[in-house]
Design a protein around this ligand. Structure first.
Ligand SMILES: [Zn+2]
Length: 270
């Protein structure tokens, strides 16, 4: 009697979960919903109209371990980005490209200081130093990477894009989860000049997708948000979808009978 009751309860639960998924329109976006859920915060968008707050400090910052210029010794990146940049530098070197980190995580207060310095120097916002809260460097996922020759120059210009190291990065960075954050033909969307040295970690799947479709982060962000909005308007429920997909593939019920303990396992077919 008790066994029958437990079994019935478990089956009812499974039917309910199955029906929730079946009621939703199919998920057809090329990336898995978990990528867009972005629990790791890899897709954070920052620009002049999407500012990070003053107290936004990325999680799991670690001291950089890849080759870098002396000025930034002891500076930090998020751990995922630091791991990825190490892998990329190793492979780049095998292809004859020696890369150097030039600038990594920058705190809000540092950016604010730099911005105010630039303002007092040139008397206006000339777009050279990002507005506080709008810098990709504050995410802990953005970084400037140069070759040796360019680390000796006082500034960076789009001319770096013709160096073999920059060409290598544009070609291969997505294989390590990076994108060139400020592309030459996306300046009207990013609000930033072409920066072939500024790479941004977004994770492997997103980087590959953005490269394949030649999307800047602003476009990608708008595209997937629109997809979810349309998909929900058609009857989907993004949070419910994530919950359903996270549900276990089988349910085990332990129960006690007069003969002792028994375990009942029910496989869930999706
Ligand atoms: Zn940069």
């Amino acid at each position: 009697m008790r066994k029958t009751f437990v079994l019935l309860f478990a089956l009812l639960f499974l039917c309910a979960a199955g029906r929730a998924l079946a009621d939703m329109p199919p998920w057809t976006y090329p990336l898995e919903p978990e990528i867009l859920e972005d629990r790791e915060g890899l897709l954070v968008l920052t620009n002049r109209s999407s500012l990070l707050s003053e107290d936004f400090v990325p999680r799991d910052l670690v001291v950089i371990t890849a080759r870098h210029i002396n000025d930034i010794h002891g500076d930090m990146l998020r751990k995922v980005a630091n791991d990825a940049v190490n892998r990329m530098f190793e492979d780049a070197e095998k292809d004859g490209c020696k890369l150097y980190l030039k600038s990594v995580y920058r705190a809000y207060s540092t950016q604010k200081y730099m911005y105010q310095n630039r303002l007092s120097k040139v008397g206006r916002d000339d777009g050279v130093v990002a507005y506080p809260g709008s810098s990709d460097h504050q995410t802990g996922l953005g970084m400037d990477i140069l070759n040796y020759e360019w680390t000796k120059k006082s500034g960076m210009t789009p001319a770096f894009g013709t160096e073999k190291e920059a060409i290598w990065m544009a070609e291969h960075c997505a294989e390590y989860g990076f994108v060139i954050r400020y592309e030459e033909d996306k300046q009207d969307l990013t609000g930033i000049i072409y920066e072939p040295w500024h790479l941004r970690y977004v994770g492997l799947e997103a980087a590959r997708y953005m490269k394949e479709h030649h999307l800047c982060l602003e476009e990608f962000d708008a595209e997937w948000r629109q997809y979810i909005q349309d998909w929900e308007a058609a009857g989907g429920d993004f949070r419910q979808l994530l919950r359903d997909r996270a549900a276990p593939s089988s349910v085990s019920v332990l129960y006690v009978t007069d003969d002792g303990e028994e375990e009942l396992s029910i496989e869930l077919d999706d």
